[in-house]
Design a protein. Structure first.
Length: 185
C-alpha cells in the first residue's frame, strides 16, 4: 500500500496559504483520481483509490503541521505498510516558489512537521516531495510568510509545480522513489 501524506494545517483560515501547499497537492491528486476524502480511524482525512492497479491512500493529517509524525505513524499501522512506501509532501522555504524536489531522505531543514516525523519514526530516511514556497520575507517574519498567500506573480510557477508534483507522485506510486527522483528532479 502506498501512502501519499500531504502536510498542512486544518481550518479554513489556512486554506490557500503557503504552508498548506501539501493539502492543495492532496486535493488535486484526489480530484485527478476521482476519489474523495472522508474521516479515518487515525488523526487524518483519507482518500482511498488505485492508480494503474496499485492501491494508494492520500492522507491529510488533522494534527496541525507540527505534530504530523503522529498521523504518519498511525497511518503506517492502519494501512499495514512501511515508511518507505510513504511519500510525505510539504512546503519548503529553501526552494524557489513552485520548484519541486523528490528525495529519499534528509534533514528536516527547519520544517517542524518533518522534524516531528523524524522524531516519531526514529529515522530521516523516508521519501518526500519538497514543494518550494520561497523565502522572500524580512527577518523575524517567517511565520507571517508561510501563513500568507502566494502573490499573483508567483501563481504561474505554483501551478506548474503542482502539475509536476502530480506527475511525480504517480511515478512514485508506480515505480518508487529512485525512479521518481531520476525522472522528475
Amino acid at each position: 500500500m502506498t501512502i501519499i501524506a500531504c502536510l498542512g494545517n486544518i481550518g479554513s483560515e489556512y486554506n490557500g496559504t503557503r504552508h498548506n501547499i501539501g493539502f492543495e497537492i492532496a486535493d488535486r491528486l484526489a480530484e485527478s483520481l476521482s476519489i474523495e476524502f472522508e474521516k479515518a480511524r487515525g488523526p487524518y482525512l483519507v482518500a482511498k483509490g488505485t492508480f494503474k492497479s496499485k492501491p494508494l491512500v492520500i492522507i491529510k493529517p488533522n494534527t496541525y503541521m507540527n505534530r504530523s509524525g503522529s498521523a504518519i505513524t498511525k497511518a503506517i499501522v492502519e494501512f499495514k505498510t512501511s515508511l518507505e512506501n510513504v511519500l510525505v509532501c510539504y512546503d519548503d522555504l529553501n526552494l524557489p516558489p513552485g520548484k519541486v524536489r523528490f528525495r529519499s531522505d534528509g534533514s528536516a531543514g527547519g520544517h517542524n512537521g518533518i522534524q516531528d516525523i523524524i522524531e516519531k519514526t526514529g529515522t530521516r530516511s523516508f521519501p518526500r516531495l519538497r514543494f518550494g514556497i520561497g523565502n522572500d520575507f524580512p527577518r523575524g517574519k517567517q511565520s507571517d510568510y508561510v501563513l500568507g498567500r502566494f502573490s499573483d506573480d508567483q501563481m504561474p510557477d505554483i501551478e506548474a509545480g503542482l502539475e509536476k508534483s502530480l506527475e511525480g507522485i504517480l511515478c512514485f506510486v508506480r515505480q518508487g522513489i529512485v525512479q521518481t527522483m531520476n525522472q522528475h528532479n
